[in-house]
Write a new protein. Structure first.
Lengths: 122, 111
């Protein structure tokens, strides 16, 4: 069974960089699939942040693209998220997930991590 | 405001059939596949439907999805108390540089 686990600081100061890592077990990232990050502000809906393929190709939400970097470390079976210049609006539960589908029009998220709450506050 | 529009809430009684709509446009639902997710309180979303109407293994057949033109629907029949949750639709949107978009979510209450 594929399992994903987010890890990283729960509190980040405004204007600093948010960094999270997703550790994958039960499947080798280097074997394939896309891997994504989604966030959910408290009491609000879901927002896709971006996606990375095991080869390193990336896709980002246009509204966040200038501040977001997603990377993969196949040797550790992990992928990571960095969001720069954070504000209170970036406070959210951050989920990592595996994506099914070869084409973007076919994408869906089949396995999710439990989520990691990141609060942006001084 | 989400590009995919869902009713904020709906309700039903045990055993009833409820549907949740997801309205989009020619740049998302009409051209691309729709997926649906259930989010129980305090938990991560779980996929219920992919490719408009396909169920992952383990999802009961009382849950179904459909799509017509620029709209999609999720139907839950034989409603149970454990179905009380938030439901989200999602699709790829071809506008601008492309984007995965989610609906705003629908809170289903089982009365």
């Amino acid at each position: 069974q594929v399992q994903l686990q987010e890890s990283g600081p729960g509190l980040v100061k405004p204007s600093e960089t948010l960094s999270l890592t997703c550790s994958v077990s039960g499947y080798s990232i280097s074997s394939g699939y896309y891997w994504g990050w989604i966030r959910q502000p408290p009491g609000k809906g879901l927002e896709w942040i971006g996606t990375i393929y095991h080869s390193g190709s990336t896709y980002y939400n246009p509204s966040l693209k200038s501040r977001v970097t997603i990377s993969v470390d196949t040797s550790k079976n992990q992928f990571s998220l960095r969001v720069t210049s954070v504000t209170a609006a970036d406070t959210a539960v951050y989920y990592c997930a595996r994506q099914q589908g070869w084409l973007v029009r076919d994408w869906y998220f089949d396995f999710w991590g439990r989520g990691s709450l990141v609060t942006v506050s001084s | 405001q989400s590009v995919l529009t869902q009713p904020p809430s709906t309700s039903g009684t045990p055993g009833q059939r409820v549907t949740i709509s997801c309205s989009g446009s020619s740049s998302n639902i009409e051209k691309n596949y729709v997926s649906w997710y259930q989010q129980l309180p305090g938990t991560a979303p779980k996929v219920l439907i992919y490719r408009n109407n396909q169920r992952p293994s383990g999802v009961p057949d009382r849950i179904s999805g459909s799509k017509s033109g620029t709209s999609a629907s999720l139907a839950i029949s034989g409603l149970r108390s454990e179905d009380e949750a938030d439901y989200y639709c999602a699709a790829w949107d071809d506008s601008l540089s492309g984007n995965v978009i989610f609906g705003g979510g629908t809170k289903l209450t089982v009365l």
